[in-house]
Design a protein around this ligand. Sequence first.
Ligand code: ADP
Ligand code: MG
Length: 355
Amino acid sequence: MRQKGEPKGKRKLGRGAVIPAVLALAAVLCYDAFLRTVTVTESGFAMDAVVTVTVKGNKKDAEAAAKEALEAIQSLEKDELSRFLESATVYQANANPGTAVPVSADLNWLLENGIDLQQKTGNAFDITLGAVSDLWDFNGESPQVPDAKAIQALLEQDRSLHIEDDCLTVAAAGALDLGAVGKGMACDVAEFPRSGSNAVREAVVSVGGSVLLWGSRDNFKVGIRNPFGALTEQMGILTTSACCVSTSGGYERFFEQDGVRYHHILDGRTGYPVQNGLASVTILTRSGAMSDALSTACFVLGYEDSLPLLIEYKADAVFIYEDGGVRVVACSLRPLSFVITDEAFHSMDSGLLGA
Ligand code: ADP
Ligand code: MG
């Protein structure tokens, strides 16, 4: 019964009703926090590059996914791909030529696809140039053009890779170098739950010159670096859907001698830095490892000889020349647009192939 002075319609909650009410409120707040989408970023360092993992989703799962992705990338370097860390399979295989070293399923896949691309490019792309790159010493204090005979001797060595029963044998010490595919592969090991209770909505992973775009949007935007400018300078913007984007350019590591610039991407057929008028090549494709491998391979091969590969791998590409010319080739069914934002660059003929 309503007491005197008590407002009409307002009922006193008994002690028993308070606790369920508080619990219900807590449940609503939790549900709200669960649904609220936040953007979380984790940064670190791996493969001589800055790694940034950005994940969109509910706070708890986005944080966990970003952390796990960064850890997976750092483990990939430490346990498998590094030529410089003793803990890595590649280091062990290079240090023990002629000895079979166990490899993971992922590394097996990477090696087989690398060897396959090597054959398709007539060795222009070559994952056994490690000792030749060491001779050039691009990371050293005072690198110099090596002796031509020393380059030739290393090229003529048996540098074959043998894979059998999930084991790898390297014929020549120090030959295996997965530097051309590592950063792209890092994008592949960053996995994000698409469904289930801990699903995240979108993710972008960047490892040096490789970027993973993950999610159902078809308007991800990626800036393409100005090959003649500072690290953060862009010359254009790609808009596309989920895929991996990798860029290879002669600007990453180089030295100058007698007015000539020598950079770290070698033509596997000659052992010398590629000089074909290209400043950079960007490749878009589903697999991170293949986008990275193709960016190096197409940089070495040049535009014309790259076209069959782009069709075969259903990849899109942006070729940037040293004179500022830009060619876009689309061989996938992915939505793609490219806008030049720096007037120092100009569009050349662009083609729609394959698709
Ligand atoms: P970055 O690693 O600088 O992003 P790339 O993906 O183009 O650029 O890879 C270049 C690296 O690949 C070199 O530092 C070297 O380790 C290795 N490399 C150089 N030339 C070749 C080649 N022709 N084929 C395969 N790997 C190469
Ligand atoms: Mg590459």
